[in-house]
Design a protein around this ligand. Structure first.
Ligand code: CTP
Length: 400
């Protein structure tokens, strides 16, 4: 079988050197990579490096090898175009259909999925011009990976950092595996909650649970690879931020509720994978609770937390918004699941059977996804990513 053809577009930012790592991963995993840098990208990494690492010729202009009509051919034959790094200037050109060099021509002739990995200073990323260009590209079906937060060129830190090349590679791999020209969640905003809330008793103690957040992170990662803008509300997870995802860290159920409600305001779908504590201590002791000689401890009084899933299901922030809940059941799984689905008022409920060795912290999962329309979709034991893909399949069919 022919190797999948990937065009790696490189525009003129310092992160171009990290593009070499992406190129290496793509080549080593069996892709035929053609690098198309812009002229300014060559200030950072020279053509000889790109050519040696890819094993293919490198040109920036449409005037090289004109008889091969490269400005049309490269885009037409590509299975995937990934622009990494994508500067503010490149995003602007792509959004407006300008075509003054080989890369921008390639973007106009490509009919395959296109992934942009922007990297720039925070001010440039946040500028309304850039944000509107990104929105335009997403609306047209491109996958624009959210930049990471961290150290930028020089002494600055903030949003705009080039995501980890290994993560960009994973997104490319998933986009290629899906094969569709247009990712089905392109232009959509989805919210995923993950992890487990902690309800503080005093400054050193809390009531918590054992949710690792892995299923929620798998949902966030797969949605990003399907083109969605993703907000991940993460409660006490110890996992690295997935590339291309906006991560909001929360601690308690009340903080999670505030973050979810805010993010859901313009969301097409909300998936509540977090284990939210149903109760919290009625009182918080400002100082550490001490043992009192021989006396028995005071009982801990609990009060109810709001049910975030039920609240957002009952009060949809926009018409056609799809709300998904998770439920862990030990017995009578389907009947309990159906009752919970009705009680919470969501559109889909992912029901896991939990037991001794199942689900918590593991890489694998097995579930049934129940629909409010009566549907029942079994998901066999397998990676959490497979369950995540099934959830998004069911969500995309329902988004209004
Ligand atoms: N959930 C929520 N807010 C809460 C509790 C749970 O949004 N305060 C959401 C979880 O994110 C998850 C689903 O509801 O999507 C899980 O429900 P579960 O906790 O199993 O429901 P309960 O009503 O607490 O059911 P049970 O009677 O089994 O405890």
């Amino acid at each position: 079988m022919d190797k999948p053809k990937v065009v790696l577009g490189v525009s003129g930012g310092i992160a171009a050197y990290k593009g070499c790592e992406l190129l290496r991963r793509l080549s080593e995993s069996g892709h035929d990579v053609r690098v198309v840098p812009t002229a300014s990208a060559l200030h950072f990494v020279g053509a000889a490096t790109w050519s040696a690492l890819s094993g293919n010729p490198v040109s920036t202009e449409v005037w090289d090898s004109v008889h091969e009509v490269p400005h049309v051919r490269i885009g037409q034959h590509a299975d995937l175009v990934v622009v990494a790094p994508a500067t503010a200037d490149l995003l602007a050109k792509a959004a407006h259909g300008l075509a003054d060099d080989l890369l921008t021509n390639t973007l106009l002739t490509a009919r395959c999925p296109v992934v942009f990995a922007p990297a720039m200073h925070t001010e440039m990323w946040e500028h309304p011009a850039t944000q509107e260009n990104v929105a335009t590209l997403r609306r047209r079906g491109a996958v624009v990976i959210e930049p990471a937060v961290g150290r930028l060129t020089g002494v600055d830190t903030g949003k705009g950092r080039f995501p980890d090349p290994a993560e960009i590679f994973e997104i490319c791999r998933r986009v290629l595996a899906r094969g569709a020209a247009q990712p089905d969640l392109a232009g959509r905003h989805v919210v995923v909650s993950a992890g487990g809330t902690r309800e503080p008793l005093d400054p050193v103690r809390f009531l918590g649970n054992r949710s690792s957040g892995k299923q929620g992170y798998a949902l966030a990662r797969t949605a990003a690879a399907r083109g969605a803008r993703v907000t991940l509300i993460a409660a006490n997870t110890a996992l690295p931020d997935p590339a291309g995802v906006d991560v909001v860290q929360v601690g308690t159920a009340l903080q999670l509720r505030e973050a979810v409600v805010k993010a859901a305001a313009d969301a097409d779908a909300v998936v509540m994978a977090a284990a939210v504590a149903d109760f919290r201590p009625a009182a918080y002791a400002a100082g550490k609770i001490k043992k009192k000689d021989d006396r028995e401890p005071d009982p801990i009084v609990l009060v109810r937390n709001p049910d975030v899933l039920a609240e957002i299901s009952a009060d949809r922030a926009r018409p056609g918004q799809v709300v998904v809940g998770f439920a862990a059941e030990t017995d009578d799984v389907l009947a309990n699941g159906r009752r919970k689905l009705a009680r919470k008022g969501c559109d889909l409920l992912v029901v896991n059977e939990v037991g001794e060795r199942k689900t918590f912290g593991s890489e694998e999962n097995e579930a049934v996804v129940l629909g409010a329309d009566g549907s029942e979709t079994p998901v066999p034991y397998g990676p959490k990513e497979a369950l995540a893909e099934t959830v998004w399949d069911l969500v995309t069919r329902r988004i209004g």
